[in-house]
Design a protein around this ligand. Structure first.
Ligand SMILES: [Zn+2]
Length: 387
């Protein structure tokens, strides 16, 4: 175990160090992006995605994806394809009815809204936290005149000529949650400058939002979540951490026992004793390799992880010598490299000839087998989240 932890700490430190360096170089703030005066959220991708992810984490199920859909296209990769389910259902009814929709904007974070509001080039944009885009129930569409009647028919209200691309679809008022998400994220990253977590957009919140790094904060509001799975020999855990099973002589297994690293010496399931080489043996439990033990002097590991006496010159093993090996109980054939030759077999005849010793011998771990301990340690792999 001791040989694993320092390596992982070193890797962790290296990764954090690289990310930290990157964020220092990219020091643009949300206010800097707004000061360009362009009606665009380009450059805001980092904090915008972090806020959207944080709100999804804070309010699971509050928003649902409305794209991809064969008749819905997004005008930019910066469009968050999320709406309340009721709003999603409305625009899907329109699209399913044969109308192609181009969505220029749907859910917006308060950082998106800050930039649009303060850019000066966007015409009408509500103050951050006051737009129905923060509720995930508004959409801005392309070619609004050709899709207006279909959207209105699905329950989406046209805002009118002062903002003709904007439609408010069925849904509840969730605007304060978008503000609250920012307030919590700010406080998590600025414990010395906490602001009220009240979901209200006031001067305190606005000043912090302007000073927020456009690339996002170092810490997320909560850990990203993943469905644990294997990617080849790489294991990905529920916190989206990744580890290389293959680097420690293991493969990644995803079966009814879960996702885990399985030693190449072990069956993925069940109990087994195995030989690691000619002198070391270990116990396998559902793919996990226990601490290996060394066969005592004069014995070698053979068959199903047994330490047996080496052959003695001149002793006639007899035909019964074959009794000790062959196909294992599970029908698999043992690797020849860990087998033994016909002169060193255990079995009834051999036991009798040597005084009855078929010799299961437990010994201390061999220093040469430390990498196997590393493999053993890896089986309890639980990756720490990186940020
Ligand atoms: Zn709009």
């Amino acid at each position: 175990m001791e040989c694993i932890v320092p390596c992982r700490v070193a890797c962790f430190t290296l990764v954090v160090g690289v990310f930290g360096l990157a964020s220092e170089v990219d020091a643009q703030t949300v206010a800097d992006i707004a000061a360009r005066g362009a009606c665009s959220t380009a450059g805001l991708e980092g904090i915008s995605r972090q806020l959207a992810d944080s709100q999804t984490c804070m309010r699971p199920g509050q928003f649902v994806r409305f794209a991809p859909h064969p008749r819905i296209s997004l005008s930019s990769s910066r469009v968050h394809p999320y709406l309340q389910a009721s709003a999603r259902d409305a625009i899907h009814r329109v699209a399913d009815g044969g109308t192609n929709l181009t969505i220029n904007s749907a859910f917006r974070t308060v950082a998106d809204q800050y930039v649009l509001y303060h850019s000066g080039g966007c015409g009408l944009a509500a103050t951050p936290g006051n737009s129905n885009h923060q509720s995930g129930r508004a959409v801005d569409v392309g070619s609004y005149s050709s899709v207006r009647s279909a959207l209105e028919g699905a329950g989406c209200a046209w805002l009118g000529s002062r903002d003709p691309v904007h439609f408010d679809c069925p849904g509840s008022d969730l605007r304060s949650d978008a503000v609250l998400t920012f307030q919590r994220l700010w406080n998590a990253n600025n414990p010395g400058d906490r602001i009220a977590e009240d979901g209200a957009y006031g001067p305190q919140t606005e000043s912090r939002l302007g000073r927020t790094p456009a690339s996002g904060f170092a810490d997320d509001l909560c850990a990203p979540t993943c469905e644990a799975h294997c990617e080849g020999d790489t294991i990905v855990d529920a916190e989206c951490g990744r580890g290389e099973c293959g680097a420690f002589g293991a493969t990644c297994a995803d079966d009814s026992l879960g996702v885990r690293c399985v030693s190449v010496f072990c069956p993925a399931m069940g109990e087994a004793d195995v030989c690691l080489d000619e002198t070391q043996r270990a116990h396998c439990s559902d793919g996990a390799l226990a601490e290996p033990t060394e066969c005592a002097g004069g014995t070698t590991c053979a068959g199903e992880g047994e330490c047996i006496m080496e052959s003695m010159p001149g002793v006639d093993m007899g035909p019964a010598a074959d009794a000790g090996i062959g196909p294992a109980d599970d029908g698999s054939t043992r690797d020849a490299s860990v087998g033994v030759d016909s002169g060193s077999l255990t079995g009834p005849g051999f036991d009798t000839a040597t005084g009855g010793c078929s010799c299961r011998v437990d010994g201390p771990p061999n220093a040469d087998g430390l990498w196997l301990l590393a493999a053993f340690a890896l089986l309890a792999f639980r990756r720490r989240r990186l940020r």
